[in-house]
Structure formats: structure tokens, C-alpha cells
Design a protein around this ligand. Sequence first.
Ligand code: CTP
Length: 384
Amino acid sequence: MSAPSRYDADPARLRELVAELPGVERIAAAAGETSAYLVGGAVRDLLLGRERTDLDVVVEGDAAALAADLGGEMVAHDRFATARVTLDGVEFDLATARAESYPRPGALPEVRPASLAEDLARRDFSINAMAIPIDSEPELIDPHGGRDDLEAGLLRVLHEQSFADDPTRALRAARYAARFGLRLEPETEALARRADLSTVSEDRVEAELMRLASEPRARQGFELLAAWGLVERPGEDGSLIETVSGLLDEPPWAGTVDRALAIHAAATGHAPGAAGRVHDLLGGARELAAAEPGRPSEAVRLARGRGGVELLLARALGAEWADRYMAEWRHARLEITGDDLIEAGVPEGPAVGRGLDEALGRKLDGEIAGREEELRVALDAAGA
Ligand code: CTP
């Protein structure tokens, strides 16, 4: 990544950059006496010259009222005066400037209205703690040295309690470090390594891991988390993430499963959520990869009932047969149905399934073709 130049924070250049953002002018007009600022990732990405489809705006005043005045499509309010408005195709998250205090490590913060300065001071990293006024002359408000850190390629927390207050920030650190090619400033890294994820719910942890899994450079992020001792490696190195990702770019895997779910599973061994965690997807995939089925019917019996992510992991671990299963074998159908067997005298029940299964297997293996042969094999296997 090339470092952003100082030029990007030049007031004239900032004015241009802000003027080019869709929707901002409308917010400036509607804000009236209320001070409104572009903040957080929106400012960071503006300096980096990266486009985004959502912009965060903080107002020193009533964000919900401003959102209502904007007449855009307003979606939600949460417990503290934030609203999402879509203007000119861009999503704006409007929030009232706030200060936060954490009643205990990892707890959700208590919030109160505050100044912009306090709002910036509550944030995770210096590169996310910058603002640009949008209702007055644009200038970079950067009390924590975010622009210098961006230029130096450093990720830095604003205070030493940051990861104790919100340990999910350590996961965010890996995401930003991977995405922007940043190094953690040494004190920040020492603090991240000590982050105690057990003080937050597993769901919040998983939500952050899924955000990391959605990043193009997810591998680097997960490797950092493993190096910091925050996420256990399930015995595979980061190359599994790369292989899974590559497979998803091409047929027959492209579009079969959600990419972030697959990357998450490659990195952690399981799906997110309480139900996901109890199922050892990677263990199942290793079994499949070791199986070496001799014929299509065996492959189908192995693969049946396994989810797409588990099969993809198996393929990434060496089960090349899973390609043909995905492309062809899983679509194989018989010309006969269970009703044909019942009509021919097979009692309803497991015998019907046994018969159909045998016929499908023989068809997959190329041993039979056509309705007549299917029926003969199925009736035979059903014991009719
Ligand atoms: N933030 C924080 N601590 C967190 C989560 C968010 O301080 N645990 C702040 C950061 O200032 C961040 C802003 O809230 O910039 C918005 O959060 P989010 O939307 O998660 O991040 P973005 O900066 O918009 O980054 P991304 O590009 O990943 O969306």
C-alpha cells in the first residue's frame, strides 16, 4: 500500500474531496445551526482515497431530528439517537456526539451527549478518531494524531484501557492492520495481546470475526490474531483460507456457499453462532479428505448430509472428488420415484428408501440406465 500524502489533508484538497461526496451538501444545508461532522472510517478513507458506500456523521445536537429533516429514507433508531438515512445512494449513519463509559470491562458502554472532542476520544484507534466539519469550512480535526499514524502505517489506541473497555477492538485491530497493511504501534500491540475476549459475548466476538472473514486480506488478519494468541488455530495454517478463497472464485464452487462463512470456517474450524460452534466442520472435512471413495456412489454417500462449507473445506484439504460431486453427482436423479415402488408392491417405509438409494448408486456408477433398469434394481434392493 502506498502511504497517503500530506497533500490529502490540505484544506483546499479536503474541500474538494468533501464536495465530491454525494449527499453531504444536503446534510450541511439541513444541519442549520447544528454542527455536523464527517467522522471515523469516512474520514480515514477519504484521506486514503478509498471509496465507501456508507458515511458516518456526528452532530453536536439531535441526530434523529436532523435525519427527519433530511426526509431521506430513515431506517432505525437505537437506544441512543442514531439514525440511518439514504441520500443520493449513500447510506449515512447520523449520531449525536457522545461520550461513553464502561461500567465494567467488556460491558456495553453507558452513553451521554457530549462534544465532538469527547466523541473522538471514545474511539478505538487514532486513524478512526478524526473528523471534518461539513457545515463549515472543511479542515481536518485530528486531536489524536491519526493522519500521522496513517502516514507512518501505524495503528494506535487512544488510551491504555481501550481493549479492556472493549476487547472486540483487538479483533478490529487485526482487521484494520490486514486491510491497510498497518503495523500495530508497540504499546498497542502489547495491549492487544492482553485483551480478554472472555469478558464479551461469543456472539460479539463472532460478529467481528465474520467482519474479518469478509475482508480480501482475511488471511493476514487471522494470522495476526493467532500470533497474538487471541484466536486458536484449528491446526491448519493460513494457506487453507487462501485455498478456500481461490476455489470460490471458480466453478464448481463459485456461488455455492457464503464466502465469509467459508473463510471463517477455514480460520476457526466451525461456523459462527452457538449452533455452529458445536459442530466441528474442519474435523468432518478432514475425514472426507482422507476418505478416497472408489466410485461416484461412494462419494455421494460420503457427501450426503454434509453442508456446502464442510465439503468445500474437504476439497481444499485434498478431496478432489468433491469437485465432481458438486458439479455433477449431487444433481443426479432417478427417473422412478418412491410411488413407483409402492405401486409395484413395496410397503411404505424404509424399504422404499433402500431401493431408491441402490438404484441411484448404480446409476451414478454407470451400471444401469433408464426407467426399466432403475425399477428392477430398486425392487430387488427393496426386497420386493
Ligand atoms: N468504533 C469504536 N470502537 C468499536 C467500534 C467502533 O471506537 N468497538 C468507532 C470507530 O471510530 C469507527 C466507528 O466507530 O471508525 C464506526 O465503526 P465501524 O462502522 O465498525 O467502522 P468503520 O470505521 O466505519 O470501518 P469499516 O471501514 O470497517 O466499516
